[in-house]
Design a protein around this ligand. Structure first.
Ligand SMILES: Cc1ncc(COP(=O)(O)O)c(C=O)c1O
Length: 281
């Protein structure tokens, strides 16, 4: 059963319990994580919680809870939901207080939802997806998983309206990431991905792909690449927690490689599935 949680209380998902002067609601003053759960077990939970704390520090959030406490909370919510394959959305905001830009002296708000995973469409898994190139209009601290997602929402909607799955963002000529994914290209048997900086989110799936590359002896190079290099790539794929690895076979109407999910993309996807299978045991 899908469930919700806010500040110590489990609530039905349809209970609209957000106070009007919640800072997440009024300012987008908060951070979040999305954690994938396979067979009741959260995937790379530690890494997600470490990134949560890093995001919290990035916006000067006073988080008193330890990683251990968050781990217990997430596991408790998964158990309460009774869902085996699901996603946990965990959000922390600067709390509830009369609207004022300055930080209030109130407790942070912690909320969660646990809902079944909406699986990636089978046809996309098998045939790949299309993407557009879109200007990266976001702020200078994209390493923070902030609630302020308006530029991402607008770019993603533009992609959707053009019949595409994702918008690949560029600053100048260089690819940063997707609206909710990291971007990889494959050229002559080597995998390239944008290096970590303030311009991109340090994706947890990106981390898993790096590990997969090592295990299957494929070289992975963290090096910036341009949209032109992306168009010339043999393969393009994107990664995130909910969709794992998605082959991108068309960008701005141009076919990538041979127009089918590539050998390396599939190899890395299967390796990731092995990590998941190991987790399930
Ligand atoms: C902007 C952005 N980049 C990258 C990612 C991929 O991160 P992860 O693999 O941790 O889901 C996301 C996830 O939603 C994202 O929103």
């Amino acid at each position: 059963m899908s469930i919700g949680y806010i500040n110590g209380k489990y609530i039905p998902l349809n209970e609209r319990a957000i106070p009007l002067e919640e800072r997440g609601y009024q300012f987008g003053d908060g951070i979040y994580e999305v954690i994938r759960v396979y067979n009741g077990k959260p995937f790379m939970l530690n890494e997600h919680l470490e990134r949560l704390i890093k995001s919290g520090n990035g916006i000067k959030l006073k988080i008193q809870q330890s990683i251990e406490e968050f781990r217990s909370l997430v596991n408790e919510a998964i158990a309460k939901s009774g869902l085996a394959d699901c996603c946990v959305y965990l959000q922390i905001t600067r709390g509830i207080s009369a609207r004022n830009h300055l930080f209030p002296d109130v407790p942070i708000s912690i909320s969660m939802t646990v809902k079944p995973v909406v699986p990636l469409q089978k046809s996309i898994r098998e045939k790949g997806a299309a993407a557009i190139i879109h200007e990266d209009e976001r702020w200078a601290n994209c390493y923070i998983k902030s609630l302020n997602l308006l530029p991402n929402v607008l770019a993603r909607q533009t992609a959707f309206e053009k019949g595409c799955f994702e918008a690949i963002l560029v600053r100048g000529a260089m690819v940063t990431e997707g609206t909710s994914s990291n971007v990889f290209i494959v050229k002559q048997g080597k995998v390239y991905t944008t290096p970590l900086s303030r311009n991109i989110l340090a994706g947890i799936t990106r981390m898993a792909v790096k590990k997969s590359c090592k295990e299957v002896s494929v070289e992975i190079i963290e090096q910036a690449f341009s949209k032109e290099e992306l168009f010339q790539a043999d393969e393009v794929f994107i990664t995130n927690t909910t969709s794992e690895i998605v082959p991108i076979v068309k960008v701005d109407g141009q076919i990538i490689g041979n127009g089918l999910p590539g050998e390396y993309t599939l190899k890395l996807y299967h390796k990731l599935q092995q990590f998941v299978a190991d987790l399930k045991e």
